[in-house]
Design a protein around this ligand. Structure first.
Ligand code: LIP
Length: 269
């Protein structure tokens, strides 16, 4: 089997599993949602749906591909990157939106082979909108190939971002935004990184950046954005990761990147 065939096979499985997961998330949302625990701070909540969706996805992957491993937000991982196929899962990205019944939360599922993400799907579980990508095969939504924003002027750019659960980090992120917001069109904070990255991929945002993301927040959405032609990196030569994820089309990338470096966006708490 060719590599691309394998990657499309992994994508097809990811899509099938993610759709079932989104259906469960929506059904549990409709039945009513309460936080069952908090994690890093009192506002970093987890719901029964986060856990139920992750369990369902793990069971589906185990049934289909018993030798693979999973890195999930709620139950962690049994392996490190680089050994065979590892699935990277955020069962409900945008958990606070989910808790408040704000229609911006996603199942995000990526397949990583030997440390490289090769297929990914993001589904807004509230609306059913779906974005997919295969490494080297493009990014799509609704059968339409994505190519990002055509905006070339940062001063006209609508930029997505987000804020962490720790107050001291939010204060730093707000200070960074305070240094940027007068130099762009405006900012949007939708509350789910996976969706933000896909919105940037389709040009509904001109660019996106955020400090503090975990791999499960950006693995699938980052592939969608990069396959749409955006540059998806950290700052100053770093890869996208917890210090920073910035996703922008080439025409906007340098201006946004350099301003974020000046503002110390990847520094601080
Ligand atoms: C969320 C991210 C979002 C960020 C939130 C939170 P979660 O992930 O998707 O971009 O701003 O603070 O981290 O916690 O809902 O999976």
């Amino acid at each position: 089997m060719g590599s691309m065939d394998r990657e499309h096979e992994l994508l097809a499985l990811a899509v099938s599993i993610a759709r079932e997961a989104a259906t469960l998330a929506q059904a549990m949302r409709a039945a009513g949602v309460d936080p069952v625990a908090t994690k890093s701070t009192l506002t970093d909540v987890v719901t029964a749906a986060d856990r139920a969706v992750e369990r369902q996805v793990r069971e589906a992957i185990r049934a289909a591909r018993p030798g693979d491993t999973v890195l999930g937000e709620e139950f962690g991982t049994e392996s490190e990157a680089g050994q065979g196929v590892r699935w990277i899962l955020d069962p409900i990205d945008g958990t606070v939106n989910y808790l408040y019944d704000l229609p911006q939360y996603a199942v995000s599922l990526a397949a990583e082979v030997d440390g490289t993400v090769v297929a990914g799907v993001v589904i807004n579980a509230a609306t059913g909108k779906e974005w997919t990508a295969v490494l080297g095969g493009g990014a799509f939504t609704g059968g339409r190939r994505l190519s990002g924003s055509v905006q070339t002027d940062l001063r006209q750019a609508l930029v997505g971002t987000g804020f962490g659960y720790a107050a001291e980090r939010r204060l730093h992120q707000a200070a960074v935004l305070g240094g940027l917001i007068g130099e762009i069109r405006d900012v949007r904070r939708f509350g789910a990184a996976a969706i933000d990255l896909c919105l940037a991929a389709e040009g509904s945002l001109d660019a996106y950046y955020e400090k503090g993301l975990n791999a499960w927040d950006h693995a699938a959405g980052g592939l969608v954005a990069s396959e749409a032609g955006l540059l998806v990196t950290g700052l100053s030569g770093a890869a996208a990761g917890p210090d920073m994820v910035v996703a922008a089309p080439p025409a906007l990338y340098k201006g946004l990147h350099d301003r974020l470096v000046e503002l110390g966006a990847d520094k601080g708490p």
